[in-house]
Design a protein around this ligand. Structure first.
Ligand code: TLP
Length: 341
């Protein structure tokens, strides 16, 4: 099977498995796991923040950020198709008791003027704006890179109104690899950030949230409340640390593969690629083929390729470490054959 469903599907490498096997561990709830501490220290430094916390998943990291920043009945400004709004099962309402205020973005980037207009005034009728969430790269915008200039403008507005900014950077490493910049190019324009170790970096599990020391102290308590205080967590932190140190630069290969896939798919009649491919995601519109996205992905599966539906007419393909150039060539041939026959 050529698995293009997500960059979450990568299997740990031999080096990651060895790192897990040889990890020096302790009880992390007592703050005694040296491998977790090393991972957190390394991540905080790379992200340019005072402190970091190892959490089980991207969703848990985002939820802990919302819980830590907000109080119940706050309003949280976010892009209309952001992961926190679209794909986290309504968790911010279930756990933090906040309501989302969505703004339609352009390639994942919200207009700073619209963000400013959405910040609530002090009025007894209104909820208080507790947080602004950004997403970079933006998943449903097809892995689009949100420019750091846009983040800067939003952060300036947020600071003017005393509202914190959190970045869902599940795929921030992709933006950094594509633009050849440091992580701090983006993270300087937010108070807190969540980055995934188990997407493009290829680690088996885990995410990091980073922010100032006070935020991380409170976030640690929320992690404990949610049952995310893990004991000998070095076993899973070790492959994450390996990935953080060794897998960042190679991600541009995934971007080249995605571009190649997009070109190949675009050349097939009645199939169109709807996103500009900045990173590792390609979104295709299959409506002209006379089938919906589920019929398309089912057919593709019969031929040995996995992709996910992204709406009734849209299909998402995501490249990653376990996908080679040959896999991309083969995928293009497979799609061509069943579409054009
Ligand atoms: N995204 C997954 C699915 O949940 C849709 C995927 O296959 O793309 N933020 C962003 C931007 C994400 O894309 C994801 C995962 C998360 C957060 C959540 O990460 P996990 O899966 O670790 O909870």
């Amino acid at each position: 099977m050529i698995d293009l469903r997500s960059d979450t599907v990568t299997k740990p490498t031999k080096e990651m498995r060895e790192a897990a096997m040889n990890a020096v561990v302790g009880d992390d709830v007592y703050g005694e796991d040296p491998t977790v501490l090393k991972l957190e220290e390394t991540a905080a430094e790379l992200l340019g923040k005072e402190a970091a916390l190892f959490v089980t998943s991207g969703t848990q990291g985002n939820q802990i950020a919302v819980l830590t920043h907000c109080s119940p009945a706050n309003e949280v400004i976010m892009e209309a198709e952001s992961h926190i709004f679209y794909y986290e099962s309504g968790a911010i309402s279930a756990f933090a008791g906040v309501q989302p205020r969505t703004i339609k973005g352009s390639r994942g980037a919200m207009d700073p003027k619209e963000v400013e207009a959405a910040i609530r005034e002090d009025d007894q009728h209104f909820p208080e704006t507790g947080l602004i969430c950004l997403e970079n790269t933006h998943n449903r915008a097809g892995g689009a890179i949100v420019p750091s200039s846009n983040m800067k403008e939003i952060y300036t507005v947020a600071q003017k109104h005393g509202v914190p900014v959190h970045v869902d950077g599940a795929r921030l490493f992709n933006a950094v690899a594509a633009e050849n910049v440091l992580l701090t190019e983006y993270t300087q324009y937010c108070d807190t950030v969540q980055v995934c170790l188990s997407k493009g970096l290829g680690a088996p599990v885990g995410s990091i949230i980073a922010g100032n020391k006070d935020f991380i102290k409170k976030a640690r308590k929320w992690r404990k409340r949610l049952g995310g205080g893990l004991r000998q967590a070095g076993i899973i932190a070790a492959p994450g640390l390996y990935a953080l140190n060794n897998m960042r630069e190679r991600m541009s290969e995934d971007h080249e593969n995605a571009k190649m896939l997009a070109e190949g798919l675009s050349s097939i009649s009645r199939l169109s690629v709807v996103n500009r491919v900045d990173t590792n995601i390609v979104v295709a519109d299959v409506s002209e083929l006379g089938m919906n996205s589920t019929e398309f992905t089912d057919r593709l599966k019969e031929e040995g390729v996995l992709a996910v539906t992204f709406g009734p007419a849209l299909v998402r393909f995501t490249t990653h470490f376990d996908i080679s150039r040959e896999d991309i060539e083969r995928t293009i041939d497979i799609v061509k054959n069943f579409v054009e026959l």
